[in-house]
Design a protein around this ligand. Structure first.
Ligand SMILES: [Zn+2]
Length: 569
C-alpha cells in the first residue's frame, strides 16, 4: 500500500519560532468508523494502547514494570506504553524513572506540571502548565522535546484553552475526550468505535468532561478514550478509577469486560483498544491489589495470543493513521519496532538527588536546577545574570530573631524583570521574606520575585524598604547564642528583557496574515491594538510568554489598525 500523502506544509510561523518544535501539518484524517487508508478490517492490525497518567514514582514504577516486561509484539519487539506525566504534583519529580521509561521505548507525554488545571484554566496557565511540563521532562528526563507530542488533561477536563495551547506549542495530539457508544455520535456500538481523527473540522465528540473547543486544528489528532462498553453485561468503564468503583468486582468480572470489548473491536472494525491506568500511589487501583495487575497482565497475554495484535505507543498508532499498514507490512513498520536504546542510561551512582526544603526532591541524571521548577519560573529557562550582585545586611537583631535587607544590583546594560535572588544564612532560619515567596534549602535561602516585582534598570541597585508587595526584607530566627551569618549569593534571572520601552508599531490594513517577531525569548509581551496612534487606550489582544513570534489573521477592514508589542512584567 502506498502511504497517504502527507501535506508536510511548513507554516510561516515556523520560521520565527525559537522552539525546536515546529508544526508540520499532517494529513487531514476525518472522523471515521472505518480503518484508515481504505484497509479492510480483516487486513488491519489490531492496535492496543496501554497508558499511565500522573507522576512516575518509586512506588508505581516497579508495579508498572510487571506488565511491561513480559509482553512482545508480533515483530518480536517489547510492547510500548504511553505515560502522561506531571512534574510538580506531589513531593518529588523522579526524572530518572521517566528517563528509564523513555529508554525502554515507551512514549512520554504531557499531563501538565501541577495537575491542577480544569475547564476554567486560562490560556496563559495552560501555556505554562503544558510548555513547562514538556520543558522540564526534556531538560531533566532527557526526552527530546520533539518526541514529547501527546497530552492528556488532568481529570479529562479540557477546554478551548488547552487545545489552543497544544496546537500553538506544536504538540501532535490530545487524548482527553471520552467516546461512549450509547448516546451519541458515529460510535453506535462497541464493534463500530470511531478511529483517531484530525481536528481539521474540530472536535466532533460529545465532550462530556470538558468544553468542546471551537475552531479547526489542522493535522492535530484527537485520540479518543474509548470506553469499555460491555453492552451484553451492562457495564461500562473508561479509566481504572471506574474499575475501583465496582467494589464487588472480582477477577472474572473485569476479565470479561476486557475480553468482550477486545473481541468487539477485533471482530468489528478493528478500532484501537485502550487500557487507561494510574500507578503513582499505593491506594490507586492498579497498585493496591495484586489481582488488579494480574488481570491486566493475563488479559494482555490473552490478547497478544491473537494474531495481528499490537500494543504500541499512542504516537506510533498515529504514525499508522498517517501511513496505514497491512497486516504484513506492520511487521516492518519502523514505529512498531521498539527502540530500547534511545540513549545510554547514566549509572545509578551518578544520578543526582536534589532536595528542596518544604517541597520535595528531584532525582535526575543531569544536575537539577537550584530552584524547584514550577509554572512561574522554569518554563522560560534559566539564565544567570553576569554582573548581578546580591548583598545584604542585618538591620536589627534580638535574642531570638533578626531582620535584614537585601540589595540586588543590576550591573548589566539592560533592565531585568523576573529575577530571583539567593542568599546564605548560617545559624539561623529565615521565616519571612516580605511580599516575596521564598524557600529555604539548608543554609541557602532563595527568594522568588516573579510577577509584580519591580524591574531593575541597568546599572542600578534595588533596595526597597517600602511597604507592600515589593518590600524586600526578611526576618529570621536564631537561638540567640550564635550571631546569624548572612552572606551574599548569586543573582539569577529567568529571562532577559527587551529594552524599555519595547514598543514596535505595525500597521495592518488588509486581510493578510500579520506576523510579529523579536529577538529574545522572554516572558511578558503584550500585543496591543488601536485604531490610531494617538489613542491612549491600547487594547491588549494577546499576552505572550514563551514565544519570539506571533502570527494572526489580520482584521478584514479597510481602515488601518495599529499594533504594537509592549513588554509586560
Ligand atoms: Zn491525572
Amino acid at each position: 500500500m502506498k502511504p497517504l500523502q502527507r501535506a508536510a506544509l511548513l507554516l510561516g510561523a515556523c520560521f520565527l519560532l525559537s522552539s525546536a518544535v515546529c508544526r508540520v501539518n499532517g494529513a487531514n484524517i476525518p472522523l471515521s468508523i472505518v480503518p484508515p487508508g481504505g484497509l479492510d478490517p480483516t487486513n488491519t492490525p489490531q492496535i492496543c494502547l496501554l497508558t499511565f497518567d500522573d507522576t512516575v514514582t518509586t512506588t508505581g514504577y516497579p508495579v508498572i514494570q510487571t506488565v511491561l516486561t513480559n509482553h512482545f509484539n508480533p515483530n518480536g519487539s517489547p510492547i510500548q506504553a504511553t505515560f502522561f506525566v506531571n512534574t510538580d504534583n506531589g513531593a518529588w519529580f523522579n526524572a530518572r524513572l521517566v528517563e528509564q521509561l523513555y529508554a525502554q521505548g515507551h512514549e512520554i507525554g504531557v499531563h501538565t506540571m501541577t495537575h491542577t488545571t480544569d475547564t476554567n484554566t486560562t490560556e496563559e496557565e495552560w501555556r505554562r502548565e503544558i510548555v513547562g511540563c514538556r520543558k522540564v521532562v526534556s531538560d531533566l528526563a532527557q526526552v527530546p522535546e520533539n518526541e514529547i507530542v501527546g497530552f492528556r488533561a488532568p481529570y479529562l477536563a479540557f477546554s478551548q484553552g488547552s487545545f489552543d495551547i497544544l496546537y500553538e506549542a506544536g504538540l501532535r495530539y490530545d487524548s482527553s475526550v471520552e467516546e461512549a457508544t450509547h448516546d451519541y455520535g458515529p460510535s453506535t456500538n462497541n464493534t463500530q468505535f470511531i478511529w483517531p481523527y484530525t481536528l481539521d473540522n474540530g472536535v466532533q465528540q460529545e465532550c462530556t468532561n470538558g468544553i468542546c473547543p471551537e475552531g479547526s486544528f489542522p493535522g492535530f489528532f484527537e485520540v479518543p478514550l474509548w470506553v469499555l462498553d460491555d453492552i451484553e453485561n451492562d457495564t461500562m468503564a473508561t479509566m481504572d478509577q471506574e474499575f475501583a468503583e465496582h467494589t464487588n468486582w472480582v477477577y472474572d468480572d473485569l476479565m470479561l469486560l476486557l475480553t468482550n470489548n477486545f473481541l468487539a473491536r477485533y471482530n468489528g472494525n478493528r478500532a484501537p483498544f485502550g487500557i487507561f491506568l494510574h500507578a503513582t500511589w499505593d491506594y490507586q487501583w492498579f497498585v493496591s491489589e495484586p489481582w488488579h495487575r494480574e488481570v491486566i497482565n493475563d488479559f494482555m497475554t490473552w490478547a497478544l495470543d491473537h494474531t495481528n495484535v499490537w500494543f504500541v505507543s499512542t504516537k506510533a498508532m498515529l504514525d499508522f493513521m498517517e501511513d496505514p499498514q497491512t497486516l504484513e507490512e506492520a511487521y516492518t513498520f519502523p514505529p512498531f519496532i521498539t527502540s530500547t536504546n534511545h540513549h545510554v542510561l547514566v549509572p545509578e551512582d551518578e544520578v543526582t538527588e536534589m532536595a528542596y526544603a518544604g517541597i520535595g526532591y528531584i532525582l535526575s541524571s543531569v544536575t537539577p536546577p537550584p530552584i524547584w521548577p514550577r509554572t512561574t519560573n522554569f518554563y522560560t529557562g534559566w539564565k544567570m545574570v553576569e554582573g548581578g550582585v546580591v548583598s545584604n545586611w542585618l538591620v536589627g537583631s534580638w535574642s531570638d530573631q533578626f531582620e535584614g535587607i537585601i540589595t540586588v544590583s543590576n550591573n548589566t546594560d539592560y533592565t531585568i524583570y523576573d529575577w530571583e535572588a539567593a542568599f546564605l544564612v548560617e545559624n539561623g532560619e529565615v521565616t519571612n521574606f516580605y511580599g516575596t515567596p521564598f524557600t529555604m534549602t539548608n543554609d541557602l535561602c532563595t527568594a522568588y520575585a516573579y510577577g509584580g516585582n519591580m524591574p531593575i534598570p541597568p546599572h542600578t541597585a534595588y533596595t526597597n524598604l517600602g511597604s507592600g508587595t515589593n518590600e524586600f526584607g526578611f526576618r529570621g530566627l536564631w537561638d540567640g547564642t550564635n550571631q546569624p551569618v548572612i552572606g551574599p549569593a548569586q543573582l539569577t534571572v529567568y529571562t532577559s528583557a527587551m529594552p524599555e520601552p519595547a514598543f514596535t508599531n505595525f500597521t495592518i490594513s488588509s486581510s493578510t496574515n500579520m506576523a510579529f517577531a523579536w529577538n529574545e525569548a522572554a516572558v511578558g509581551y503584550s500585543i496591543e491594538r488601536a485604531t490610531n496612534l494617538t489613542e491612549t487606550n491600547w487594547t491588549s489582544i494577546t499576552t505572550i510568554y514563551t514565544h519570539t513570534s506571533w502570527t494572526s489573521q489580520a482584521p478584514d477592514s479597510a481602515s488601518p489598525t495599529f499594533y504594537r508589542i509592549r513588554s509586560v512584567y
